[in-house]
Design a binder for this molecule. Structure first.
Ligand code: NAD
Length: 501
């Protein structure tokens, strides 16, 4: 399989190197108005992948104009036709799944074992929202004595979607599929560190027969293309996934044009393990939820809260597992941890090794770069630290787990909530009453009990505190991408005040 993956990569890279990556506006590849480009390089060995068009305000204006022009026809298309087209997109993603996964591994450093599934999950996102199309306009009937009051929903208009570099293809479909299903047209600004698979999505939509201008992609940096998108008056809402500080900036940038915003931001998620839990399953989940996807995952359980009575034994077993994690080439199916996305991110993660020493934390496993020929590899790391230390408070976004101990349920909850973030929480206990109490008390948008993060698309996904505003998934996505309108019909009999008689 490793050889097969490498063989698949070669011609794809030859083509990218030759042709580069342009914007995709109104169904055509275009270069930047300024002619500017930037390079994307592989985290595996630093090699050049492609020159990418570097968008600015002029390119965003062209993309927004295309999205605005395509909007009326897309909004008014019969829903069965839109449903059919979005299913065809899912079919095409499945047909290209190996190509998408191969390029994603090379461009982002994520391991094949996860990326091969992520491409399939992207198709699932389109299928799920294709079928939801039929119900997007649904409202409620709230009759009163003299009126029949009904609500209905209409798509908000052209929207902007700004995405990060972690599992970028799957994650972008999570925002773009519901927007399209709602009847919105989209301008997508993918992350500058992962442009390669973002270029495939509008091409796949075109192959599937989605009209030109319904999805437009503008590459470039946050401070120019991203900023221009958030400030454009034709763009009615911004679906954003990324860092908390960027969310704040986008809120300020969008204020003048009254942008509706939906933010999925950072996390420092706790996994709480009580002494009565199924400890074998808890151990599997703890390892999976921080060391899969290179730990570059918003819902990763980056803080282990372990009950003191079992702490030494559990952490001992955990350390043994972490030492055995396979760090390697992302296209090798045996690899569990690939190189980190970018040298700047590698430096950020590695800076926490120094912080660990300064804070007097116990580095139980890892704590250094992983030796390799030039890739951004890092050793999976496990530390024991103090609750108020930076290791226990800040989002590191790498394969780095910080363990803390607690004695009582109340202490576990207080520790879990003692961070600025509130995205996800994980609770392991056989005591149902306690699990429910803790789930209720956790300041988090999502809690999994006796489970790792298993996504079910109808459920609300999102965070509280510094982790986000709004929810994705099922009907929650439509609430964001649509306006709710109330229509009230008088039954004819109520009295109307007579003024001026
Ligand atoms: P980032 O905030 O640096 O960048 C995300 C996107 O925003 C990029 O496309 C970037 O170009 C753009 N951007 C940057 N500045 C901008 C500005 N001023 N105006 C408009 N756009 C701008 O985030 P990142 O480093 O790419 O991604 C990692 C972060 O994303 C982590 O904090 C992670 O927790 C978070 N994340 C959250 C979720 C979630 O569901 N809560 C999911 C995935 C990732």
């Amino acid at each position: 399989m490793f050889d097969q993956n490498k063989a698949r990569l070669k011609p794809l890279l030859d083509k990218l190197g030759r042709e580069g990556i342009g914007h995709w506006i109104a169904g055509r590849r275009v270069e930047s108005a300024s002619g500017a480009t930037f390079e994307t390089r592989s985290p595996v060995d630093g090699s050049h992948i492609a020159d990418v068009a570097r968008g600015g305000a002029a390119d965003i204006a062209a993309a927004a104009a295309a999205a605005r022009a395509a909007f009326p026809a897309w909004r008014d298309m019969r829903v069965e036709k839109r449903q059919n087209l979005l299913h065809k997109v899912a079919d095409r993603i499945e047909a290209h799944a190996d190509r998408i996964a191969t390029l994603e591994c090379w461009d982002t450093g994520q391991a094949w074992r996860f990326m091969s599934k992520a491409a399939v999950r992207a198709a699932d996102n389109f299928r799920f929202f294709a079928d939801r199309c039929l119900h997007a306009r649904d409202g409620r009937n709230m009759p009163s004595a003299d009126h029949w009051n009904v609500s209905t929903r209409t798509p908000i208009g052209p929207v902007g979607v700004i995405t990060p570099w972690n599992t970028p293809f799957m994650l972008s479909t999570w925002k773009i599929a519901p927007a399209l299903a709602a009847g919105c047209t989209v301008v997508h600004k993918p992350a500058e560190w992962s442009p390669v698979t973002a270029d495939l999505l509008p091409r796949i939509l075109q192959e599937a027969g989605v009209p030109d201008g319904v999805l437009n992609t503008v590459h470039g940096f946050g401070e120019d293309a991203g900023r221009a998108l958030t400030e454009h008056e034709a763009i009615k809402a911004i679906g954003f996934v990324g860092e908390t500080s960027t969310g704040s900036a986008i809120m300020a940038q969008g204020a003048a044009t009254l942008k509706r915003v939906h933010f999925e931001l950072g996390g420092k998620n706790p996994v709480i393990v009580f002494d009565d839990a199924d400890l074998d399953r808890a151990l599997d989940a703890v390892v999976f939820m921080i060391y899969s996807l290179n730990g570059e995952r918003c819902t990763s359980s980056s803080r282990l809260l372990i009950q003191k009575s079992i702490a030494d034994d559990f952490i001992g077993k955990l350390a043994a597992r972490v030492k055995k994690l396979k760090v390697g080439h992302p296209l090798d199916p045996a690899t569990e941890i690939g190189p980190l996305i970018h040298e700047r991110h590698l430096s950020k993660v590695c800076s926490y090794f120094e912080i660990a020493k300064q804070e007097g934390a116990d580095i139980l496993v890892g704590g250094a770069r992983h030796e390799s020929d030039g890739g951004h590899y890092v050793q999976p790391t496990l530390v024991r630290a103090k609750p108020d230390s930076r290791l226990a408070q800040e989002e590191i976004f790498g394969p780095f787990l910080t363990a803390l101990t607690f004695e009582t349920e109340a202490e576990a909850v207080a520790l879990a909530n003692n961070v600025r973030y509130g995205l996800a929480g994980y609770v392991w206990s056989r005591d149902i009453g306690r699990s429910l109490r803790v789930a209720d008390a956790l300041e988090a948008g999502m809690v999994w009990v006796n489970s790792e993060n298993v996504r079910h698309l109808p459920t609300p996904f999102g965070g509280i505190k510094a982790s986000g505003i709004g929810r994705d998934g099922g009907d929650y996505s439509f609430d964001f991408y649509m306006e709710t309108k109330m229509v009230s019909l008088a039954s004819g009999a109520h009295s109307i005040q007579k003024l001026g008689t």
